[in-house]
Design a protein around this ligand. Structure first.
Ligand code: SF4
Length: 200
């Protein structure tokens, strides 16, 4: 019975994700998510400018060990990606693109909680400090002044947990072919950003 219920909820969540703005959505088994300690270490060395700048990035997160524990208590994983023009991702629109990634991740997580996975937790990419609080002198939580300014929108980044996003995309069955159909040169080249939600 639970298997049947899960399938229905997952179908609904995948549709929800597409309506929220995801280009592609897939369900994965938790054991197919690859976590590598060395990937999380890249946040510190070479040091990301946002290291220690928000509650959702190292060293304030539980890292690969914490993520592996979460995976063990997850029944399913929803992975999604947003495909956009490369110029947007790598240009001045980047903070907005990453903000959209956070917002979609948070929306799927909240919907999953509503539909029957009360401990669902979402992971986005990029620092929330850059996309939500760039004009603020500090992260409200780290400063100890209070709660996150964007609790229903900002999420932690997969990077700080060592999630191998390239392998995640392969596991989802998506190629890295990032050119629109019928395009033979670099014009309009696409890029992607990905997020995931653990269903618990
Ligand atoms: S207050 Fe801003 S920087 Fe701190 S966790 Fe929330 S969104 Fe991120």
């Amino acid at each position: 019975m639970r298997v049947y219920q899960d399938r229905q909820i997952i179908d609904a969540l995948m549709q929800f994700a597409e309506h929220a703005g995801a280009t592609r959505v897939a369900r994965l088994a938790p054991e197919s998510v690859c976590v590598e300690d060395k990937l999380a270490e890249f946040c510190r060395d070479p040091k990301c400018p946002y290291w220690g700048q928000s509650m959702s990035c190292p060293p304030c997160v539980s890292g690969p060990a914490g993520f592996r524990k979460l995976l063990q208590s997850s029944r399913h994983v929803i992975v999604f990606r947003i495909e956009i023009e490369s110029a947007s991702l790598h240009g001045e629109d980047r903070p907005e693109v990453m903000r959209l990634l956070h917002e979609i991740t948070a929306a799927i997580e909240l919907e999953a909680k509503r539909l029957g996975f009360p401990e669902a937790v979402g992971f986005a990419g990029g620092s929330c400090k850059a996309s939500f609080c760039a004009d603020q002198p500090y992260c409200e939580v780290i400063a100890g002044d209070g709660h996150c300014r964007y609790p229903d929108q900002a999420r932690t980044s997969m990077s700080g947990y060592g999630v191998n996003v390239g392998e995640l995309i392969k596991s989802a069955g998506w190629s890295n072919h990032l050119f629109p159909e019928n395009t033979t040169d670099d014009h309009g080249q696409l890029a992607w950003v990905a997020g995931l939600v653990l269903l618990r």
